[in-house]
Design a binder for this molecule. Structure first.
Ligand code: NAD
Length: 263
């Protein structure tokens, strides 16, 4: 897929460090010839992002907290001023209070429910609305990141499962809304990965080991595989795919039981 994204420009949201899924996607998209801009959440993440962005030939970084409309407005105004149009946006942003990513789902608080939904789901709609005018002429692709805890219960995933279910539904509604303008909207659903956000979920190490031992491919997702999937979706090869949730989880989602040797 060396030149699959040649001539395309896009925004990557959610690089916290070099283990971030957004970083795996950025690397793969750069390798496929795309020109990249990045958003980061606050100065500390901005400092970490700078050398990473530079390594893929980008100095285009904007500070965005997705709960702050003004920062989203400023970011898209900067993109519009610099590029005028946009071919893709990768939304790899999620948050929930760590204290509620363990223990009983029953104890989910109203404030964390709202905040998790706002950051992890609603922000995708806010991003889509701002990207839309920059994609309306030539079409484009919006990609978000989800997890299978949306439709099956995973230990400690709790309110994030509800937020991901809403995010997947929003993906389908956005796909239908924006389809007539040639804008495709898809979600990638990786299995558990060792990232900052992944580590916030109670029992993350055991979950990671369980999926590695039991997936049909006997391996967890890699940054390279998730990145390659994003390249495909943003490229012309993905031209007829929208409203889709693509699993990059070694096939774990097809299982009804653990493998016999791990029962
Ligand atoms: P990560 O911690 O590297 O990335 C999460 C990003 O969200 C960070 O860059 C953080 O700055 C950003 N963020 C959080 N709140 C924000 C806010 N208010 N405004 C702007 N940015 C904000 O972790 P990751 O695992 O790479 O997560 C990326 C996406 O992948 C998330 O949607 C996550 O749910 C999803 N995902 C992760 C896994 C996994 O196992 N790690 C599996 C499936 C899906």
């Amino acid at each position: 897929m060396t030149n699959a994204l040649a001539g395309k420009r896009g925004l990557i949201m959610g690089v916290a460090n070099d283990r971030s899924i957004a970083w795996g996607i950025a690397r793969a998209m750069h390798g496929a010839g795309a020109e990249l801009a990045f958003s980061y959440q606050g100065d500390a993440f901005g400092k970490r992002l700078e050398p990473l962005a530079a390594s893929v030939g980008s100095d285009f970084m904007v500070d965005v907290d997705v709960t702050d409309d003004a920062s989203l407005d400023a970011a898209f105004a900067a993109l519009n001023a610099r590029w005028g149009s946009l071919d893709f946006v990768v939304h790899a942003v999620a948050f929930s209070d760590k204290a509620e990513l363990t223990g009983r789902f029953l104890n989910t608080s109203r404030s964390n429910f709202k905040n998790s939904m706002d950051i992890s789901c609603y922000s995708f709609i806010e991003v889509a609305r701002r990207a839309h005018p920059m994609m309306v002429e030539n079409g484009g692709t919006l990609i978000t990141l989800t997890y299978q805890g949306s439709n099956r219960v995973a230990p400690n995933y709790n309110v994030m499962g509800v937020a991901k279910a809403a995010l997947e539904s929003a993906t389908r509604y956005l796909a239908n809304d924006l389809g007539p303008e040639g804008i495709r909207v898809n979600a990638i659903s990786p299995g558990p990965m060792k990232t900052l956000a992944g580590a916030a979920i109670g029992g993350a190490r055991r979950t990671y080991k369980h999926t590695e031992q039991n997936t049909p491919l006997r391996a967890n997702a890699t940054l390279e595989a998730v990145g390659g999937t994003a390249v495909y979706l943003a490229s012309d090869a993905g031209a007829c795919t929208t409203g889709e949730i693509i699993h990059v989880d070694g096939g774990f989602h097809v299982l009804g039981m653990p493998q016999a040797e791990h029962l």
